[in-house]
Design a protein around this ligand. Structure first.
Ligand code: HEC
Ligand code: HEC
Ligand code: HEC
Ligand code: HEC
Length: 283
């Protein structure tokens, strides 16, 4: 009798532990980030005042700091040199504050953001930057406090200097509506990933769509917005139905699982009650 009871308890524990194991497979956050030890640019500039100090505190919170890049990434110079003149000698290709008309080229040079720059050059804003200095990369992204980009960084106020308020709002809301569609898909895909349903192909398609969409904000010509929007919307529709059918299937399976769980629990409970009453009766 004891053995039967023991194996029943074991069975219950096994059944209960299955869903929690699946849940905990997700949710692992890996932390990265290198520490810059002796950086003389930081050490000296933190002791300076206002406009010369501000970049340090801002930069500390930026994505560039998180991946371990220092001031020299953009400004050149030798960060190991404590002497100001030596640190900034032309030998180390020091670049001071870039001219505002030069900022787009400054961010897009070399192995940095040439893809974004090339996209940007295709739109009408590049010409505007060369003439009126704006809207340049730092107008939207900032210079030292650069965060992981999202559409939230585009505000109507950054456009109304040159475009009408109505036009600015229209453009921004049309971009936001696409973003929302992508977000919803992402939520469904995350759900499928937790359920361990193979979604690699769909995921790649979503990635490509996202990429195409991200380029949109840098091009900003009316034709490009129209055509890209059409392609992106069409692909989102296709992906939506693919993902939805997978989510529905998974939910149905989950329901079935729950049902089986309830039934088996009831049977097990019945067993226990029955064995217990038999045990009492025998005594
Ligand atoms: C010993 C102190 C010291 C060190 C080390 C130092 N700086 Fe500076 N930096 C200054 C001072 C003072 C100024 C303002 C006077 C000037 O522009 O010459 C300045 C100005 C700047 C400017 C603005 C120049 C402009 O055009 O307005 C930049 C950018 C800059 N530093 C970046 C760096 C970088 C990058 C490094 C490391 C490679 C660095 N600094 C190392 C003291 C320092
Ligand atoms: C991602 C590229 C990037 C990095 C990294 C970067 N800067 Fe800059 N910095 C810029 C740009 C672009 C400007 C010009 C636009 C502006 O002033 O906001 C600038 C301007 C400056 C200025 C002039 C500010 C003013 O208002 O006159 C100083 C000083 C400076 N940077 C220092 C630093 C120091 C110190 C670091 C490291 C903590 C650093 N920068 C890291 C891109 C960068
Ligand atoms: C009109 C505002 C604006 C301007 C100007 C702008 N960007 Fe962006 N950028 C954005 C927005 C918004 C995003 C985020 C797009 C998204 O998440 O869909 C972004 C994203 C990015 C990304 C990340 C791309 C990715 O695939 O995740 C990089 C890199 C970038 N911008 C660089 C630049 C450079 C370099 C310039 C100047 C040549 C520039 N941006 C000019 C608004 C702007
Ligand atoms: C410093 C001025 C300036 C700012 C700021 C600016 N733009 Fe522009 N924009 C222009 C110029 C100049 C053109 C090209 C001439 C035109 O088509 O009106 C243009 C063109 C455009 C176009 C393409 C219009 C077409 O017919 O192809 C779009 C879309 C656009 N801007 C959106 C924005 C958005 C969104 C913002 C804010 C994030 C913004 N602009 C900020 C100057 C600016």
């Amino acid at each position: 009798m004891n053995r039967i009871l023991l194996s029943l308890v074991f069975l219950i524990v096994t059944v209960l532990s299955v869903p929690s194991a699946v849940m905990s497979a997700d949710g692992q956050v890996k932390k990265t980030g290198k520490k810059i030890s002796e950086n003389q640019c930081l050490k000296c500039h933190i002791r300076l005042k206002s406009r010369l100090k501000k970049p340090v505190s801002e930069w500390n919170k930026s994505v560039h700091a998180k991946v371990g890049n220092s001031c020299s990434l953009c400004h050149g110079g030798n960060p190991l040199e404590a002497d100001m003149k030596k640190a900034k000698s032309s030998k180390y290709k020091f670049t001071g504050k870039p001219d505002e008309k030069q900022i787009t080229d400054f961010c897009g040079r070399g192995g940095c953001h040439n893809t974004s720059l090339n996209q940007f050059k295709k739109g009408p804003h590049y010409k505007s930057v060369l003439e009126k200095k704006h809207p340049n990369c730092t107008d939207c992204h900032g210079s030292h406090n650069i965060q992981k980009s999202s559409l939230d960084i585009i505000k109507p106020e950054s456009c109304t200097g040159c475009h009408s308020e109505k036009y600015s709002r229209e453009i921004i809301s049309s971009i936001n509506s696409i973003e929302k569609g992508i977000d919803r898909l992402q939520t469904d895909m995350d759900y499928l990933a937790v359920k361990r349903i193979p979604i690699e192909k769909i995921y790649n398609r979503l990635d490509n769509t996202k990429h195409l969409f991200h380029q949109l904000v840098h091009v900003f010509s009316r034709e490009d917005i129209k055509s890209t929007k059409r392609i992106v919307e069409l692909e989102i529709e296709n992906l939506k139905s693919d993902v939805r059918s997978k989510v529905d299937l998974s939910k149905r399976l989950e329901l079935l699982y729950m049902l089986m769980f309830v039934i088996s629990t009831a049977i097990i409970a019945g067993f226990i009650i029955y064995s217990f009453s038999m045990y009492l009766r025998r005594r």
